[in-house]
Design a protein around this ligand. Sequence first.
Ligand code: ATP
Ligand code: MG
Length: 325
Amino acid sequence: MARILTGIQSSGRPHLGNILGAIKPAIELSKNPQNESFFFIADLHSLTTLKSGTERGEYVRAIAATWLAFGFDYKKNVFWRQSRVQEHTELAWYLNCFTPFPMLANATSFKDKSEKLSDVNAGLFTYPVLQAADILLYNANIIPVGKDQKQHLEMSKDIANRFNILAGEEILVLPEPQIDERIMTIPGLDGQKMSKSYHNYIDIFLPENELKKITKKILSDSKPLEEPKDPDADITFQLYSLVASEADVETMRRNYINGGYGYGHAKQALFECFMEVFAEPRRIFNYYMENNEELEGILVAGEAKARDIAQETIGKVRKVLGFSS
Ligand code: ATP
Ligand code: MG
């Protein structure tokens, strides 16, 4: 049996990148009866980039509703909010003291974020340590994530290893990243990695007219309608090829190459494809967003299951470190 764990930060509304890069692959894995899945909302991590409590609450609900919209079976598995299980922060502190400073200083994601964001705080710097705690608390074996997280998972392994050497036994299970090589890092409206904190994302749950408007904002070059275009260099085409059927993607590819087909046409086709492919998830998402108490009840029940396991691991760690009574 494998334990699968993945989290999404409540730093914004969940987007196409989260859905294709993390949520859908993780739910696929969770359908295997041999697997046990732990999916959580990383609300503590979101504090690195988002300070508003009201917004955080709204995003927590949106992320929870997204997992459910894509068919996650919360009864069979474990589904909770990170901040409600305090063992995450406790273990993170212990692990901080097993993490070499240069390892964090070399993290690509930190470098990226610190160049783009105005608030470069210590939490942003130690983010991978809290992430290691999330994983190691639950003895997770498999971590399905997008490519952008590969380096962080290598760090989790390294940190666990350093702890185990001190303990003289394998107290913390070394996790394996599971990255679907077919799934690229999904580009945002501006062509950079689609990210909640870069505000360049496509929220497929927006009301129809807003979704249409945001789809129109995807960056494209200024080639006129008649001119042939390179599909592989265009963001709209890249996004379309991730969601449309193979035949439709081929048709669009030919349209680009032949010319007489504008970026406006491609964006309209992409928008229509979103509406069609995500019709059912949109319905379920809206249901949960309107039924907050039901959503809250699901998270609270999950929290109790998560806490039981987290306390077991923390007990062993405290003992090794001389913190138990
Ligand atoms: P933030 O900007 O706050 O870091 P994010 O949009 O990067 O938010 P995370 O919560 O950090 O989202 O990541 C959740 C999961 O989604 C991770 O597994 C990550 O690999 C995946 N993911 C995030 N962005 C993308 C993307 N553009 N393409 C593919 N996967 C992605
Ligand atoms: Mg991220």
